[in-house]
Ligand binder design. Structure first.
Ligand code: PEP
Ligand code: MN
Length: 355
């Protein structure tokens, strides 16, 4: 697939900003006027809101599209909203909405994405595809492919993180590697980071936006509301227009590389050390797995279950305490251990199920 950018690029990051939901005409239009001078690329507001639980505000529907048209007329900003059905697409085309986006709860469903792609066939409407709620890389690409097959070329992806269960720093786990893989596989696909839905709270928005810049995302999507605490949806993660402008101004854009010889030499040396350590880490994990397999054989002899909850709890706690003394985050240590544990279980399964 070969993509075209959503907009002619002027080299600046793509900034998409605006409220989570279009609530009233006044709220939409005043937010857009406040954002007009911030050099945003696209004004967002959801008019159809897919909500997790019934009874929450589900959007103002089609009348909100006229408010977005007014935004474009008065501010010159292109506008975007979320679509989930063919009817939404038709309504948006009738109201000349500049860009459409497909939300995480829709990307997950190939029937819905196909319906949207069919409704867009023959138009040249740019579409932004959010990742599915679950970390399924192929499902994300599949949605992009369905649009591509319908003839859409101006496609971008939005990374908005993945649903999780239990207490966590983020509302939606970033799993950054998936976005990095997407950037590597499709170098001409714009990949934008929706920091608002990743964070779910405003106090970590700026650090997450900086992280997105450091990972070379092509831009950001940020929910901006004139009175965030009283927003009708996603109140905890929205920021005011002045907070948005402050956050964007403070972000550092870093060079991809430098041709300074001393920088290149020191990078070379550091990277060689990292390569050596990676080699050692792999060897050590392989040695650990050999011990795990020995345990597997012993368990098989005595017909003992693979999973030993007590042992796993004690091991996880011991590692957590060790990590506390190092500069490793709890999240990283937990993920790392879980991956090792899973691999250990599957290696022992093979042994125990062998005849
Ligand atoms: C949104 O952008 O307001 C939204 C509903 O996002 P997501 O599909 O990422 O949950
Ligand atoms: Mn939202």
């Amino acid at each position: 697939m070969q993509f075209k950018p959503i907009f002619e690029s002027d080299g600046r990051p793509v900034l998409i900003a605006g409220p989570c939901s279009a609530e009233t005409e006044e709220q939409v239009v005043s937010t857009a006027h406040a954002l007009k001078s911030q050099h945003i690329s696209l004004f967002r507001a959801g008019v159809w809101k897919p909500r997790t639980r019934p009874g929450a505000f589900e959007g103002v529907g089609t009348p909100g599209l006229a408010w977005l048209e007014r935004v474009r007329r008065e501010t010159g900003l292109p506008v975007t909203t979320e679509v989930a059905t063919a009817q939404h697409v038709q309504d948006c085309l009738r109201h000349h909405i500049d860009v459409l986006w497909i939300g995480a709860r829709t990307t997950v469903n190939p029937f819905s994405v196909q319906e949207i792609a069919d409704a867009l066939a023959g138009t040249d409407t740019p579409v932004i595809v959010k990742n599915p709620v679950n970390p399924d890389y192929k499902l994300w690409i599949g949605a992009i492919e369905r649009l591509y097959k319908a003839g859409i070329r101006r496609i971008a992806a939005i990374h908005r993180g993945f649903s999780t269960y239990g207490d966590c720093k983020y509302r939606n786990l970033p799993r950054w590697q998936m976005a990095i893989d997407l950037m590597q596989e499709f170098p001409d696909l714009e990949v934008i980071c929706d920091v608002s839905h990743i964070c779910g709270r405003r106090d970590i928005l700026a650090e997450t936006a900086q992280k997105a810049y450091d990972l070379h995302f092509d831009g950001l999507m940020v929910e901006v509301h004139p009175d965030p605490d009283n927003a009708w949806s996603d109140a905890a993660q929205q920021i005011t227009p002045p907070q948005f402008s402050q956050m964007i101004a403070a972000l550092k854009r870093r060079q991809i590389s430098s041709d300074d010889p001393s920088y290149l030499a020191s990078m070379d040396s550091l990277r060689r050390q990292i390569d050596e350590l990676d080699e050692e880490i792999i060897q050590m994990i392989a040695r650990r797995m050999k011990l795990v397999r020995d345990i597997g054989h012993a368990k098989k002899d005595k017909n003992i279950a693979i999973y030993q909850p007590e042992r796993w709890r004690a091991l996880a706690e011991a590692c957590r305490q060790r990590a506390e003394k190092s500069e490793l985050s709890h999240e990283f240590v937990a993920l790392f251990l879980e991956a090792i544990h899973q691999e250990g279980i599957s290696q022992q399964e093979k042994i125990i199920n062998q005849n």
